[in-house]
Design a protein around this ligand. Sequence first.
Ligand code: FPP
Length: 249
Amino acid sequence: MTVKPIVLDILPTDLDHARLPKHIAVIMDGNGRWAKRRGLPRIMGHQRGVDTLKDLLRCCRDWGIPALTAYAFSTENWGRPLEEVEFLMTLFERVLRRELREMMEENVRIRFVGNLEALPPSLQDEISRSMQDTQTNTGIQFTVATNYGGRQEIIQCCQAIATQVKQGLINIEDIDESVFEGYLYTTGIPHPDLLIRTSGEMRLSNFLLWQLAYAEIYVTQTLWPDFNREEFHQALLAYQQRERRFGKI
Ligand code: FPP
């Protein structure tokens, strides 16, 4: 007897389509440990992590979740060994070049958020090209946080608003949440409803500090390269069991 693999290409019946998160953020943690456990160099974990991300993006599309944001590289990740940093920069560039055609065919809109000017120029070129080419795509909204830091994002908002105040373009008393949000890297993208973090760490790690204020958080022990549709299903089941009160009773 052959065992049929679980494909999960349509929304599992125990999930309520009407109550799916509209936007999911992921901290893709555990690539290094995944590789180490197999006696492989850490970079192999990142390489495998790309396949996981690609399948999650497809799964969001298949199940009707309109937006996904992934934390690919933090402002703190520059402190890793040079060869790992260089590998990651090359990987991002290679993946973007390789996947652009498919993203166009699948109607994906890709955006990068973070301090992009500090990235290698050839990667900046690929990023600009992919954002430009996909900007009118109306399918899943895919955001990649690269050289991203939540504190840095908030500071640059403050600097931009302070400049406007100094130039007499904004009154201090008019600064409110919606004005502030206009200066975030993610302006125009709705805040995530659910944050998924793999590999068991219970931290935000400077990711979307403003935007995640009311997100539900789901942490799994699974390492990122092993995260799959069944795991994603479990995360969504847990999300649908939560009662979201947004500070009210
Ligand atoms: C964290 O695991 C993972 C990263 C810092 C890199 C994640 C990047 C990818 C999966 C590539 C995505 C590609 C594109 C184009 C968006 P870790 O190295 O901290 O793992 P560890 O905690 O086990 O050491």
